[in-house]
Design a protein around this ligand. Structure first.
Ligand code: 0O2
Length: 253
């Protein structure tokens, strides 16, 4: 996973907040030193706030990387194709705060916005998703807050993924803190669909009629893609049972 991207996103968000604060304080009549103190005092908790989510992402990513390594030894193949993580950017947090009428405080944001830290795990097969999810949830430092299984119950759009909202402890200088992370597990096919659908949904200048037409088409594509996943899973199962019966034969000889 790309931690540079996380850092970049974090710096961008912190920068935006610093600008807002600078604008606010520039309207007041403070001397330079007082202004610097105010800026530092105000920014510190915000920086710590985002840093906590970055640390939680690192913890979860490491857990998946360890599981990937373990599985590859046991099953002769890596279940994880890739991991993509992000800390939600400042604008998206603000938009969600306004939409959900959340007070503009760090505590309220932490309490009410669940997907500030997001880890997306892309797997080869549907089975791997559930196996990895089980292994993660068995770990005694992970607290499961909520599961949304959009694979068993796809969204009306056709969206499929397994969402786990978990809390993971991070160990800071003088405290242990539980931080929420939204984990999305999906196959390559689910991810391909979701990425394209996301792009189209946020495209500007598309008429309502065209959007409706495209939505139908996209839901259809999601179903085709789900049936592809299920056929690929069958291929894998056949392969596994063939390998299994050969190794049984060898043992009997
Ligand atoms: P992004 O850019 O992916 O971060 P919550 O507020 O978490 O309690 P919410 O927002 O209803 O409840 O969560 P939901 O619907 O379980 O999951 C939201 C996330 O799932 C979205 O994040 C997407 O990543 C993904 N998602 C859900 N539905 C769809 C869909 O129909 N199409 C696509 N492409 N993705 C979907 P965000 O917030 O949109 O942003």
């Amino acid at each position: 996973m790309n931690n540079d991207v996380n850092k970049e996103q974090f710096m961008e968000s912190a920068g935006k907040m610093a600008k807002e604060l600078a604008q606010f304080t520039s309207n007041m009549n403070f001397d330079e030193e007082t202004m610097l103190d105010i800026l530092n005092d105000s920014l510190m908790p915000v920086e710590q706030f985002f840093a906590n989510y970055n640390c939680a992402i690192m913890e979860i990513e490491t857990k998946f990387k360890v599981l990937n390594e373990q599985f590859s030894l046991k099953y002769d193949g890596n279940p994880i194709e890739s991991i993509h993580s992000r800390v939600k950017d400042y604008d998206s947090i603000m938009r969600k705060m306004i939409r959900k009428k959340i007070p503009r405080t760090l505590d309220a944001i932490e309490e009410n916005i669940n997907d500030i830290a997001g880890v997306r795990v892309i797997c080869s097969f549907v089975d791997d998703i559930y196996r990895l999810a089980d292994c993660l949830l068995q770990q005694d430092d992970i607290i499961l807050i909520r599961t949304k299984d959009y694979i068993k119950n796809p969204k009306p759009t056709g969206y499929r993924s397994l969402h786990l909202l978990v809390a993971v402890p991070i160990f800071l200088e003088n405290e242990k803190k539980l931080v929420k992370v939204e984990v999305q597990l999906r196959t390559i096919a689910m991810d391909f669909w979701a990425s394209l659908e996301h792009k189209i949904r946020y495209k500007k200048n598309i008429s309502k009629e065209m959007l409706d037409k495209l939505s139908h088409e996209l839901t259809d594509c999601a179903n085709i893609s789900a049936s592809l996943d299920s056929r690929m899973q069958n291929v894998r199962n056949l392969l596994l049972s063939e390998t299994q019966s050969k190794s049984n034969d060898r043992r009997e000889m």
